[in-house]
Design a protein around this ligand. Structure first.
Ligand code: UD1
Length: 361
């Protein structure tokens, strides 16, 4: 079976790494990596290939940035060409970025089977571009790999046949556990950020959702909450390119206890957040990863498509107001005591995916 494994943006790379690795250990599954080029800066893309031990992509589509329509269209045009030429048996897409949407549509229209990894997640918030990507991808996929029970239930509710849904666990956690093992053997001095870690308790922050950073009032309120938390704790803040642009545009002021830095590679980032007292984030992946390592997590969003992280895990949903964020910050430490790790988040999700692929005729 010739499989195109599609990745385009930063969070995709963490998901394809374990899938690609697992494909090497089985017979009958020939995975080829397609990088759409949605993310392209060294630290948003190539650094992850190096860090996560992903080989160079067989196909690079060079789509780049643009409006959603422009970016999606560019990916579709380029992906159609390689699908027509190479005729894969299956296109596997991961997550919920524009590359996920673009490549699933192209494949399906060429009558190529589509498998979606991390299927069925729903925030029910259609103002999020990712929610639209998730819904459309799931509407046309043939095979669904889900990370949590809510995904299975959402897909059943949407009329998907039970036998097409496979609860296999979480490839993001496969990658996390693999990388955690790797950094055990790496000297701290290998990391550019090593010096930041030794100065006592700290928080780790990521922020990049358009709904949080593209709106001046919302971003200002979030910054005020962070500046208050920074009176307690140093906050380490690797800044996403979108966020950097908006900080400059809105002239957002951060306390000097908030240490801004360029985007980090996966290992460097893990090296910092795994020992953080708390993670403050609006990322999807970090909500899951903090749950897996039982680190307190404050999610700066109104909703989450990953409810298991709140139900079982360490995640506290804060909303985006100053008051909500400070309240969640107070609550998050107690939650860790009762938190548990969701079923099948055990580092073996990609192996289970391979078993399913081997059974597809
Ligand atoms: C995308 C995903 C989002 C994911 C995020 C992780 C969609 C709809 N959004 O959002 O789900 O959580 O990636 O990072 O697919 N830029 C650079 N260098 C790069 C890439 C982007 O400077 O390598 C800048 C560009 O100016 C671009 C902006 O960042 O306009 C936003 O990039 P884009 O890929 O459009 O969306 P993200 O906000 O990164």
């Amino acid at each position: 079976m010739k499989v195109f494994l599609v990745a385009g943006a930063r969070p995709n790379f963490m998901k394809i790494a374990p899938i690609y690795r697992a494909s090497l250990a089985v017979t009958g599954v020939d995975c080829r990596i397609v990088h759409t080029g949605q993310h392209y800066d060294y630290e948003m893309s190539e650094a992850f290939f190096d860090d996560l031990e992903i080989p160079q992509p067989q196909y690079f589509l060079d789509a780049g940035s643009g409006s959603h329509a422009v970016q999606t269209a560019k990916i579709m045009l380029a992906f159609e060409k390689i699908c027509e030429k190479e005729k894969p048996d299956l296109v596997m897409v991961v997550g919920d970025v524009n590359s996920t949407l673009a490549c699933s549509i192209v494949a399906k229209k060429l009558l190529i089977k589509v498998a979606h990894v991390e299927a069925g997640l729903r925030s029910f918030d259609l103002t999020m571009p990712e929610e639209i990507n998730r819904m459309v991808t799931d509407a046309i996929s043939d095979c669904f790999f889900v990370t949590e029970e809510s995904g299975r239930l959402n897909l059943l509710r949407e009329g998907k046949p039970e036998e097409s849904i496979h609860f296999i666990g979480n490839v993001m956690i496969d990658n996390l556990l693999h990388q955690l093992e790797k950094i055990k053997n790496v000297q701290g001095s290998m990391f550019r950020v090593q010096g930041l870690k030794v100065k006592g308790p700290y928080a780790f922050l990521t922020l990049h959702r358009p709904s949080n950073v593209d709106d001046k009032k919302t971003f200002t309120g979030i910054a005020e909450a962070l500046n208050t938390i920074a009176k307690d704790l140093i906050i380490l803040f690797p800044v996403h390119p979108r966020t950097k642009k908006m900080i400059e545009q809105f002239k957002i002021r951060f306390s000097e206890n908030i240490k801004l830095m360029p985007p980090l590679g996966f290992k460097e980032s893990l090296y910092l957040w795994k020992d953080a007292k708390v993670v403050l984030t609006d990322s999807g992946g970090l909500q899951e990863e903090t749950t897996a390592l039982k680190i307190p997590c404050v999610t700066i969003r109104e909703n989450t498509e990953r409810p298991i992280t709140v139900e079982l895990g360490t995640n506290v949903l804060a909303g985006t107001t100053k008051k909500g964020i400070l309240k969640a910050y107070q609550q998050c430490f107690a939650k860790v005591k009762t938190a548990s790790i969701p079923p099948l988040w055990d580092g073996k999700a990609a192996e289970r995916i391979m078993k399913v692929l081997q059974s597809i005729k």
